[in-house]
Design a protein around this ligand. Sequence first.
Ligand code: HXC
Length: 260
Amino acid sequence: MNFTNLLIDVADGVALVTINRPAALNALNIDVLNDLTAAFSSLQENAAVACVILTGSGTKAFVAGADIAAMQPLNAVEAAHFARLGHALMSLIESCPKPVIAAVNGFALGGGCELAMACDMRIAAENARFGQPEVNLGVIPGFGGTLRLSRLIGKGRAKELIFTGDMVSAQEAFRIGLANKVVAAEDLLAEAQSMAAKIAAKGPVAVRFAKEAIDSGLEMDLDRAGRFEADLFGLCFATEDQKEGMQAFLDKRQAKFTGR
Ligand code: HXC
């Protein structure tokens, strides 16, 4: 896969996707959105990939937002189209059958924070900064920030961040549940790779079902979510991985999962 704005490296079951537009702090224009959409569409079908890491190039930014220069002249119809492209990408990442880890290596602002939130987990470098500063530009979050920030950190805190446009540090993001952990900048990729390798060693069908149960379950009432979880639990017993995982425990050996 060759993309103008992305670097992609697949090794040992883990795909590292790097948004590579450092001169604009990896800002998201239509080309970057299209590249990411094509990349994730392909990676989700790639049997050699069990887990994806998404990061930004350079040491300053994960993604500093949607591209302000590209958005400034848009009319209302064009702006809505741009927002919908972003929404489709965020949904694609969120529903990716493989876990996606955001390695947040600097500014994650506006569309960058929204992109990080569409990922399953966020590991932040100490220098990372998160925020939804759209109100500074006379607009609101448009790639799902109002939805995902409130679900992740609660309505009150989401409103505070979105209404003030304030940025928060990596440590504050960790405290409020926006980041899963904070590590030294030089350890960021190793930490993300280590988490990805741990996940890649598990039964891929079980990991995919767990993701589905959590994400879909959160949008259902508890009763339906419970039945959905029970059905997915039952489906695990149609896989070779369930037989192997449980037999390996009984044999006191390491399980060898095949994803079947
Ligand atoms: C386009 C951007 C950009 C962006 C930075 N750049 N952010 N270009 N869109 N979102 C460019 C700058 O213009 C500059 O280009 C270069 O990257 C370096 O940025 P500087 O501002 O010089 O760096 P610094 O002074 O260190 O400040 C870093 C920063 C600041 C705090 C991150 O760049 C900033 O505030 N950026 C905008 C953040 C933001 O408002 N994001 C939300 C966007 S709205 P030149 O050519 O001058 O070197 C959004 C909506 C999403 O995301 C929903 C859409 C539907």
